[in-house]
Design a protein around this ligand. Structure first.
Ligand code: IMP
Ligand code: MG
Length: 244
């Protein structure tokens, strides 16, 4: 199934003023409202490091529920899926997805795999693979869970590697896909995703080309602890994560 019709798209990016926290609603398909959200907690030491609340925890959970339902409807119920968590960033999304699949009674096995391609806010272009792939993927339906697809380098280097193990099938499930160009119209997937031929995939949200943190996503290992997804401010970028 092509999931692009259910990708949520964030629109009209502008920086939020200080004071009320504003969130960019995700358009699905016609709403582009900017809601004011109260009671969003985050560590006060991060205050000036965050500019815009892009996707809040409730949106993430409800979108993850939908993705789990789609997965449940697409895969057989009499054999376990192998769900591979690409560490560290995907971890919160991975656990949420697994929990939802458990709620649906869908059988699965879990694997964790460590890869790294980013230094600060830039992709290094070199993807470091830290370990051997598990044998559990052989002849099984595999879903690789990513936090975000940006340049696509990580997946481009990982997919041939996993295919060598001859899984029965292999799909990507990414919480976010970054649009490298902001020419998106009706919520279609980014150029990168098209190049990677990942149309047959599961995607939570298509976001603008900004550096985001929270819900597992980091900047030099900081901000993974945020419950929501934020755009990093210029101050945050300057402080560089390490500076706290
Ligand atoms: P890609 O290899 O360029 O597609 O980037 C994928 C990886 O880079 C993700 O798994 C993240 O770890 C990291 N990454 C890309 N964009 C962001 C971002 O905006 N914030 C935090 N991490 C990011
Ligand atoms: Mg990652």
């Amino acid at each position: 199934m092509n999931c692009s019709s259910t990708i949520y798209v964030t629109e009209n990016l502008s920086k939020a003023p200080a004071g009320d926290i504003r969130i960019h609603d995700v358009r699905h398909p016609n709403s582009n409202a900017l809601n004011i959200i109260k009671n969003i907690n985050y560590p006060s030491i991060y205050k000036n490091h965050l500019s815009t609340l892009l996707i809040d925890r409730y949106m993430i959970i409800s979108r993850t529920k939908e993705i789990a339902k789609t997965i449940h409807s697409e895969y057989p119920h009499d054999e376990p899926l192998v769900i591979v968590c690409i560490l560290k960033g995907s971890s919160p999304f991975f656990h949420c997805l697994c929990r939802e699949l458990s709620e649906l009674g869908h059988p699965y096995m879990i694997e964790f795999y460590r890869m790294k391609s980013y230094e600060g806010t830039e992709s290094t272009g070199k993807v470091q693979q830290m370990q051997e792939l598990p044998e559990s993927v052989v002849a099984r339906n595999v879903i690789i869970v990513e936090d975000i697809v940006d340049t696509g380098n990580t997946l481009t280097s990982f997919l041939p590697f996993i295919k060598k193990k001859r899984p029965k099938s292999c799909k990507i499930c990414s919480l976010l896909v970054k649009r490298l160009t902001d020419d998106s119209d009706q919520g279609s997937s980014s150029n990168v995703v098209k190049e990677l031929d990942l149309d047959d995939k599961f995607v939570g949200f298509s976001i603008p080309d900004a550096f985001v943190v929270g819900y597992g996503l980091d900047f030099n290992e900081m901000y993974r602890d945020l419950s929501d997804i934020w755009i990093l401010s210029d101050v945050g970028i300057k402080v560089g994560g390490y500076g706290l």
